[in-house]
Write a protein that binds this ligand. Structure first.
Ligand code: SF4
Length: 433
């Protein structure tokens, strides 16, 4: 069987595989450490990439949502609908270097909610190959203290790379370049300099410090470990926004199939069964925030990125293109159990709920718990089995027979939080369960 080697530090040899075209496009300098020269050149290169992002993004600011659990098919469907091949043609390069940046923060299979489903990445590669693009590399660095090579293995990426004879780049072993954004100096892994087209493949998750981790924060995997530590010292929000100003994603495809309720490291998985595509990472994150029960304005780095001109956080209903119906995401296979989600289930009266709807309610209940409002909430009806039945309160169009219900099919967690909190305000005695 062909074996793909994990690459890093500019050492792009492969063992026992056909040579990939990727190495010829990488910078000659290599090895951990800040490259001493060429910072101005790095700045200029990143600026040029930003310019092409702007061209591609113009008049194409929609978000694309598809429901289901088959990542490969869903990723392909999104890219076809978005006509990504046309974007790649705009680069006017025979074989542009395409970087796939998943989230492999820890060495944990995607079922645990922390990492990008390799099937989704397979769909992206399949689409690119079908359109003649073969100069593709997967680049990532796990979080500080974890080994990217182990994450590649455990998360199924070594097998994926072998199947397509493509390189895996361990950015922990990469050199770094310095750039300045809005007065803040940042270090970025040098391999990113050579990238012509960046496809960001984050997981939709809650985060213990920034509340949300999705498109914008996923690029933190493109900086050296020492810089990750400094980002934390700087409070994360501003450096994340600045990083996205200089390292613009051309395309974001969010793995919302299984995300995490509380923590970027996984362990409290929530099955939402959706994939979101967009060219504007700020819009993607604004929408993602709503999906897990926050307003975009509550996630500081979204506003900062918008002010830096990375994208636009205003996502109206007219901006969202649905590729299918949410009933195609029925909860045939729940996410792995966790105490945190099990605790919230006590407030859910479920009958045949679709997973996006159910996940939205789980995230909303979590937000109410954080706000100290959950204990007073009566149980909430949800699911297609409630159609035509009466109940006290419900979530989703199927529960319109309830005395009060949150409309939408599915509603977003943010809408559910707002409705439930307003009802709790009006019914101070609603603690009777
Ligand atoms: S409202 Fe009903 S049909 Fe719509 S997503 Fe919720 S459970 Fe599914």
């Amino acid at each position: 069987m062909r074996q793909s080697k994990i690459l890093g530090g500019g050492c792009f040899r492969e063992m026992g595989v056909a040579p990939a075209p990727f190495p010829r496009r990488l910078p000659a300098a290599a090895g951990p450490g800040l490259l001493p020269a060429g910072a101005a050149c790095a700045q200029a290169k990143f600026r040029a990439r930003t310019a092409i992002c702007d061209i591609i993004s113009m008049a194409m600011e929609k978000l694309y949502v598809i429901y289901g659990s088959k990542g490969e098919e869903m990723a392909r469907a999104i890219m076809e609908r978005m006509n990504i091949a046309r974007d790649l043609e705009l680069l006017k390069k025979d074989q542009p270097l395409i970087c796939l940046k998943p989230n492999l923060v820890v060495a944990q299979p995607a079922q645990w909610g922390a990492t990008t489903d390799p099937d989704l990445v397979k769909g992206v590669i399949g689409y690119l190959r079908e359109h003649g693009y073969t100069n593709i590399a997967i680049m990532e660095s796990a979080w500080v203290g974890d080994d990217t090579a182990v994450a590649f293995e455990v998360c199924g990426y070594r097998q994926l790379a072998a199947e397509f004879a493509m390189p895996l780049v361990d950015l922990k072993k990469d050199g770094a370049v310095a750039v300045t954004v809005d007065g803040l100096e940042l270090e970025i892994c040098a391999s990113l300099l050579a990238v012509d087209y960046l496809i960001n493949l984050p997981v939709l998750k809650a985060h213990c410090q920034t509340k949300l981790t999705c498109a914008l924060k996923n690029l933190k995997g493109c900086i050296p470990d020492r810089e990750k530590r400094r980002f934390h010292r700087l409070g994360l929000h501003r450096p994340i926004a600045c990083l996205n100003k200089v390292l613009r994603s051309h395309l974001t495809i969010v793995d919302g199939i299984i995300g995490d309720l509380t923590y970027e490291g996984g362990g409290t998985p929530v099955r939402m069964d959706c994939v979101i595509g967009g060219r504007d990472p700020v819009a993607v994150d604004a929408y993602a925030a709503e999906l897990i029960g926050y307003r975009a304005s509550e996630i500081e780095y979204i506003g900062l990125a918008e002010r830096l001109g990375v994208g636009c956080a205003a996502v109206g209903a007219e901006s969202i293109v649905y590729l299918n119906r949410r009933q195609e995401a029925r909860r045939d296979e729940p996410a792995l159990a966790s105490e945190a989600v099990d605790y919230l289930r006590r407030w859910i009266l479920e009958r045949e709920a679709c997973s996006p709807c159910y996940a939205a309610l789980v995230y909303a209940l979590r937000r109410l718990k954080e706000n100290g409002r959950l204990e007073k909430l009566p149980p909430v009806c949800i699911g297609q089995g409630w159609k035509g039945h009466a109940g006290k309160i419900g979530v989703g169009a199927c529960t319109r027979g309830c005395r009060r219900h949150v409309p939408g099919c599915p509603p977003r967690a943010g809408e559910i939080v707002a409705a439930l909190q307003s009802w709790l305000d009006q019914w101070p005695g609603s603690g009777s369960r």
